[in-house]
Design a binder for this molecule. Sequence first.
Ligand code: DAH
Length: 351
Amino acid sequence: MSEELENLEKQIEEKITNATTLDELNSIRVEVFGKKGLITNHLKSLTELPENERKEKGKKINNVKNKINTLLQQKNKNLSDSEISQKLQKEQVDITLSTRPFEEGKLNPITQTIAEVSTIFQKMGFETALGPDIEDDYHNFTALNIPPEHPARQLHDTFYLKGKNNKLLRTHTSPVQIRTLEKKKPPLKIIAPGRTYRADSDITHTPMFHQVEGLCLDKDINMSHLKGCIMDFCREFFEINDLPVRFRPSFFPFTEPSAEVDIGCFKDKKKIKIGSGGSWLEIMGCGMVHTKVLKYSKVDASKYQGFAFGLGVERLAMLKYGISDLRSFFDSDIKWLNNFGFSIFENIEKI
Ligand code: DAH
């Protein structure tokens, strides 16, 4: 009887040793411990034995059972380990393979220019503010000291939205000044880049274009702050340390006094170049915020003054990057973009 058990044990051990897959091992487990398994049958047969033999036999069978169980567990671990390492071997990624070629997209020079302008003003402490493209008459005109009968309204060639009680596409980014003052109290320094719209289309005008607005309000702000800020900006933007910058008296309803900013330029082989050379190019409007604008926005004009400015993004981009046709910005011509566009990766931190 015990010899039979020993033989069985050896047999099973051999089978376990020879098993090469987890499936095989599982079949052995069923064969041994299943309902009609080899060891199970032995255990069942115990009931037929007299009490004194039963105990001893039971012990022996249990011993064999435990040994086989341990063997099964060990083998199971070995087989799973080697199956995993085989799988890893098979599914190994070859990191030495070169990547698939891909085409890098380009940023439109307008996006690039807005990023450059914003970066310069951010370094001077200006925060970025945004406002809606669809504006109302109050924010686009009235609160900027452009009353209904004012001739400046005609100059703006406004797009009105049908039946939207005087809703319009903003004609400039200046309404963001008003919207900012509704939420924030001075002192403040903001720039507001964004799209603007006017019903005008020829070589030098597109119905949609971009501006960056600026507003700085604080105690004791005067025109020299405005001049310093704009001169620093122009010189940094065009990367010319001694770039001549001129402030020419002008008129805007929302500033008093108002000025137009010109930068030095000259002609080189029929091309306009930025720098000192005797000629001037107009690049933005600016001035000291009109007290009426401050009053509309409930700012105490006896305490706070400040300056504002507004520049055209397309114009700055054309001058800096030698782009001659304004309309090319919006043609979606991939060849043009490949030539004048900017690498996304080089600019990631600016945007
Ligand atoms: N909003 C003006 C325009 O679109 C530009 C401008 C001029 C903005 C002077 C200003 C400013 O803030 O002070 O023509």
